[in-house]
Design a protein around this ligand. Structure first.
Ligand code: DAH
Length: 340
């Protein structure tokens, strides 16, 4: 009888803080080798008239231990973090993020769309090119300093092979395989060995345009580029052509558009001039036509090459070209939202 009271006190005083305590509790009071069980084994030593009472009390104690065990077990489970299959299967599923289109892709599609409306088709070509398509066919003489205008990445063991420095390579490829009339635009990635800054990158994108037919004039070029600028940046956009030099065009020009960010007032992007350069252009040099198998007496044409990143920065008012290559989702996501 004394033992019953002692064990009863022990059961009440037992502290269950963790799963290990619960197991100790079970071993001590509920298992086959528990103190309670051995107490029950003592029943034969109890005088007959007390046996019934003794048995009852041990059983009550057992029930009490069992109840405390269940209660503590439940308490531990409730406190434990839910994990694995225990999660609520009726909970609504987490939305899957669909990603978004890259602003450069959006811009390339937009430029292609504008030129497709006036009859240009889109063509593509290889990023890794030979000297002929990057330089020689485009009238860059051997050893001519104009080759230095483009800091080229050459392939080590093959001096004739390089990453293309401009998409003008596609003028050559198109004229080599097609006779006029030719109206193409050629978007693509280009590479230059340049230091990376907020305004320049060693990888960027260009879009070449080429129009060859009989009697194509500089005025046709100007009109086409004006149409493009207004479609892209709005009806009030103005353009300005400045004389320039490219080996593959004569005459050559660079085209500026009125700054889309400050409306011409002057800001950091336009370096306080009110104008931003977006492309080079000119009448295709007769040497280039002949190099590509086109009769320069019969045909003439114009070409232009525009920088996609520069245009994207202007259109979406962003001020650091590196953002386009870092693939920070927080940056990229904003463009889908603007588009949808
Ligand atoms: N290829 C020139 C560059 O990368 C851009 C260019 C200028 C392309 C004049 C042309 C052009 O077709 O006519 O800087």
């Amino acid at each position: 009888m004394d033992n019953i009271e002692k064990i009863s006190a022990e059961i009440e005083a037992f502290k269950v803080n963790a799963a290990a305590d619960l197991e100790n509790f079970r071993l001590k009071f509920l298992s086959k080798k528990s103190e309670l069980q051995s107490l029950l084994g003592e029943i034969k030593n109890v005088p007959v008239e007390q046996r019934k009472l003794f048995g009852q009390q041990v059983n009550e104690l057992k029930q009490k231990a069992q109840a405390i065990f269940e209660e503590q077990k439940q308490r531990l489970e409730d406190a434990a973090p839910v994990q694995g299959n225990l999660s609520d299967v009726t909970r609504p599923a987490t939305a899957v993020s669909l990603g978004s289109r890259h602003p450069i892709s959006i811009m390339m599609d937009e430029v292609c769309g504008i030129f497709e409306k006036i009859g240009f088709s889109t063509v593509a070509g290889p990023d890794i090119e030979d000297d002929w398509h990057i330089f020689t066919a485009l009238n860059f003489p051997e050893e001519h300093p104009a080759r230095d205008m483009q800091d080229t990445f050459f392939i080590d063991q093959k001096p004739d092979v390089a990453l293309r420095t401009h998409t003008s390579t596609l003028q050559v490829r198109t004229m080599e395989t097609h006779q006029p009339p030719i109206r193409v635009i050629c978007p693509g990635r280009v590479f230059r060995n340049e230091a990376i800054t907020s305004r320049a990158h060693c990888i960027f994108h260009q879009m070449e345009g080429l129009y060859i037919d009989e009697n194509v004039s500089f005025a046709d070029m100007k009109q086409t580029l004006m149409y493009f600028a207004k479609q892209m940046f709005g009806e009030n956009t103005r353009i300005r052509l400045r004389p320039s030099y490219f080996p593959f065009t004569e005459p050559s020009a660079e085209m500026d558009v009125s700054c889309n960010i400050c409306g011409g007032e002057g800001c950091a992007l336009c370096k306080h001039t009110g104008w931003v350069e977006i492309l080079g252009c000119g009448m295709v040099d007769p040497n280039v036509l002949e190099n590509c198998g086109i009769d320069s007496k019969k045909y003439s044409g114009f070409a232009f090459g525009l920088g996609i990143e520069r245009m994207t920065m202007l259109k979406y008012k962003t001020n650091d070209i590196r953002l386009y290559f870092e693939n920070d989702v927080r940056f990229l996501e904003q463009f889908t939202a603007a588009k949808l």
